[in-house]
Design a protein around this ligand. Structure first.
Ligand SMILES: C[S@@+](CC[C@H](N)C(=O)[O-])C[C@H]1O[C@@H](n2cnc3c(N)ncnc32)[C@H](O)[C@@H]1O
Ligand code: SF4
Length: 461
């Protein structure tokens, strides 16, 4: 067993007043600027960017959103449509195909990453997957080492004993991410997500047998009825299962956006201090079991490609969390999807009516977005480096901008010095480095460089 470093040991005892002070509402920085800064965007602007991209030989990442779920987990912050009607789903797919066919590319483009997320993508039938993959392959070709991944709710692939999983593997999917959240039955009851250990363990083992790589499990801390003791049990069992990756999300409580979260009674939620201890306990267990912590909320086995990319400083943070950086341009397909092409963020229509209406007019369903200005690109790079590697190399910054780092961010100097005094960062001549505690509050540190900072966000822990 690997032992913890002094820095990690330090994280375990935290003064509650410290948490109260720093547990601020700040963005999760899956983009910069963040989505509240996006404003309405015309289809022409998006088409222009896609055509600009078409002039390059760069590879692409694709994100495809399948919003349907059969039931709603009360904690869910994703973009979901409750649905049990297969016709509604096939109608959505026909619109998705229209969207793909409208991309103005003069040639078949190379894809290095395809991620299908949701909702619950495995609500699609085998025939629907065949059709979707066939269409994608007519428009794009997969790079030899492409990551073709999909989010899977184990409850949807358990009953058929691996049939759909094998089908996905045969179609070229090589990575899977399973939603687990918590193994504890009481917690599951409180969030209305009933998923037995057998469902989780059996589907995980099947995925291993079938040959998927980079298998990820999603877990959440801060859920109702979670206690330090209950989650220790979950964390230990997950460590024994040994997934390649663990995504350990802080429960993002955003009831002003997701009304169903109001059904979770406040009294059942762990206090900030308990939530934090649940996090540090689980972190310690996984690190002692050999996992490498990645960014603020991921863990991966040292031989996994995410760990390798982390050590080589080749990871990025985007709307799917942390991933290996294989291309700088991402096209989002489907309702609410966000992409970034040629330095421009584009979000698709958020309602089905708007999504369909655009495509019925023969227009791509871009609705909001943001064209990055030069300063945005510089700040985005700084925030990415903090979120991914917890430090900024001031010399590298100078080479890039020809302006000394401290001078460029002179307006933030006071705030930076406050973070230094509070023990969240260390400010050296050539580097700015987050401390062990600062790494857990990295969203707060990143927000110091954020030029916009307006909007209502979930708490930092
Ligand atoms: C689209 S879901 C995963 C696929 C599938 N629907 C499932 O639940 O198994 C993506 C992940 O987002 C995470 N998630 C959803 N809502 C969240 C919230 N409010 N706070 C933190 N994480 C959340 C969950 O861990 C979930 O597994
Ligand atoms: S967590 Fe997954 S299954 Fe549950 S509502 Fe959200 S997207 Fe659907």
């Amino acid at each position: 067993m690997a032992s913890l470093t002094q820095r990690d040991e330090d994280l375990i005892h935290v003064d509650p007043s410290f948490l109260t002070k720093w547990n601020l509402s700040v963005p999760r920085y899956t983009s910069y600027p963040t989505a509240p800064q996006f404003s309405s965007m015309k289809e022409e602007t998006y088409i222009e960017k896609l055509k600009e991209f078409d002039q390059t030989a760069k590879p692409l990442s694709l994100y495809l959103h399948i919003p349907f779920c059969r039931s709603m987990c009360l904690f869910c912050g994703c973009s979901v449509i409750l649905n049990r009607n297969p016709e509604r789903q096939s109608r959505y797919l026909s619109y998705l195909y229209k969207e793909i066919s409208l991309l103005p590319f003069s040639q078949k483009r190379e894809v290095t990453q395809l991620h299908i997320g949701g909702g619950t993508p495995t609500s699609l039938s085998e025939e629907e997957f065949d059709e979707l993959v066939d269409l994608l392959q007519r428009r794009f070709f997969w790079n030899e080492g492409a990551e073709i991944s999909i989010e899977i709710d184990p409850r949807t692939v358990f009953a058929d004993r691996g049939r759909k999983l094998r089908h996905l593997k045969a179609l070229g999917f090589n990575r899977v991410s399973f939603g687990v959240q918590d193994l504890d039955a009481k917690v599951q009851e409180a969030v209305k997500r009933r998923q037995t250990e057998e469902m989780t363990f059996t589907t995980f083992r099947l995925a291993r047998e079938i040959g998927f790589q980079g298998i990820n499990l999603d877990l959440i801390y801060g859920l109702p009825c979670q206690t330090r003791a209950s989650f220790l049990n979950t964390a230990q069992k997950i460590a024994e299962l040994r997934p390649d990756r663990i995504a350990f999300f802080s429960y993002a409580k955003v009831p002003w956006l997701k009304k169903h979260q109001l059904a979770i009674s406040e009294e059942l939620l762990p206090s900030d201090q308990e939530k934090f201890t649940i996090y540090t306990d689980a972190r310690a267990i996984w690190m002692q079991s050999g996992y490498q912590p990645i960014g603020m909320d991921h863990f991966s086995l040292p031989e996994d490609s995410l760990s390798i990319a982390y050590r080589e400083k080749k990871i990025m943070r985007n709307f799917q969390g942390y991933s290996v950086c294989l291309s700088s341009d991402l096209i989002g397909l489907g309702i609410t999807s966000i992409g970034c092409v040629e330095g421009t963020y584009v979000q698709n229509a958020k309602t089905m009516a708007e999504y369909e209406a655009s495509l019925d007019r023969g227009a791509l369903p871009a609705s909001r977005g943001y064209v990055l200005k030069e300063k945005d690109r510089i700040v985005r790079d700084v925030i990415q480096k903090l979120m991914c590697h917890f430090e900024i190399d001031k010399r590298e910054f100078f080479v890039l901008t020809q302006v000394p780092f401290n001078q460029y961010f002179s307006a933030s100097r006071e705030e930076i010095m406050r973070l230094v005094q509070e023990g969240l960062i260390e400010d050296f001549e050539d580097r700015l480095v987050a401390t062990a505690m600062g790494r857990l509050m990295i969203r707060v540190i990143a927000s110091v460089f954020d030029e916009y900072k307006t909007g209502n966000y979930s708490k930092a822990i």
